[in-house]
Structure formats: structure tokens, C-alpha cells
Ligand binder design. Structure first.
Ligand SMILES: [Zn+2]
Length: 146
């Protein structure tokens, strides 16, 4: 079956040929996930550009707000063909602003927009050598004999 789909803001049109309703469903799900971001997550404006940047042999896919220069990163699925919007960090925590962020400074590091987690330990423990913290971590992952 032929499917024609227009994005909710009317700027993009897609066409596909699906053999089954499952295929059609999966195709629509992908299109809607990737191409229905209609407004910047930080300023709310609709001046969004799709950009692909090559760095060190890899392509990086992102949506960039032309008004406030906020960025929304896309990750690549293992199959090498499909993308997803990065709305969670590496630990699976939901990112603030639905994944939108602004680069800070010329070094290209992401700002820490995540609210500081509630500390369960005195702040000075964070100043301990990394080796000691690593030892504590490995000790925690070993079975406790009692
Ligand atoms: Zn913006």
C-alpha cells in the first residue's frame, strides 16, 4: 500500500510503500519520532534546521534552533540506518528540556543542565582520589559474605 504523510507543521512530506500494516505502522512511528519536532525545546520557536556534521569519520545528526542555537542530538541505531532522538543520557535518565541543550564556550562541552542530584554523602567525599572511589565501587559490586 502507498502511504503519503505530511508532518504536522506541513513543511515535510513523505511517501512510502508498505507491504503490510506493520510496516506502515513502523514507518509512521519512525517518521513521527524523528521529524515531528516542531519547536525548539528551549525558546519554543519554530526555526529549526536539520544538520549533519562529520567529525573524525563519524556523522552527527542534530536539529538546531536558528533563533537561540540550541541543539537536539540524534543517536544512531546499531543497524546503521535508523536514528533516534537522544532524550535520555547514557544512564537512561531523562534529559532536561526533552534533550535540547546549548553548547557552552568554545570547547564544545555540553553544559550541565541536569539539576544536581540530591547528595547522599558529604560533599567533601567528592574530593577523594578517584582510585579510592573506584575501589569502593568494585567493593560494592562484589557479593557480601553475610
Ligand atoms: Zn531555540
Amino acid at each position: 500500500m502507498k502511504i503519503h504523510y505530511t508532518s504536522t507543521n506541513g513543511r515535510l512530506q513523505f511517501e512510502a510503500d508498505a507491504a503490510t500494516v506493520k510496516e506502515a505502522f513502523e514507518w509512521l512511528s519512525t517518521i513521527q519520532e524523528l521529524f515531528e519536532e516542531t519547536a525548539c525545546g528551549l525558546c519554543g520557536k519554530e526555526n529549526l534546521n536539520y544538520e549533519v556534521r562529520e567529525y573524525d569519520g563519524n556523522n552527527y545528526y542534530k536539529l538546531v534552533c536558528r533563533d537561540c542555537h540550541a541543539t537536539l542530538d540524534f543517536g544512531q541505531r546499531r543497524d546503521g540506518n535508523n536514528l533516534f532522538i537522544k532524550r535520555k543520557d547514557a544512564e537512561g535518565n531523562t534529559l532536561p528540556n526533552s534533550g535540547w541543550y546549548r553548547y557552552q564556550g568554545a570547547n564544545g562541552l555540553k553544559p550541565t543542565t541536569t539539576p544536581a542530584p540530591t547528595r547522599r554523602e558529604p560533599a567533601r567525599r567528592g574530593a577523594e582520589p578517584a582510585a579510592r572511589r573506584a575501589n569502593e565501587k568494585s567493593a560494592q559490586s562484589e557479593p557480601v559474605p553475610f
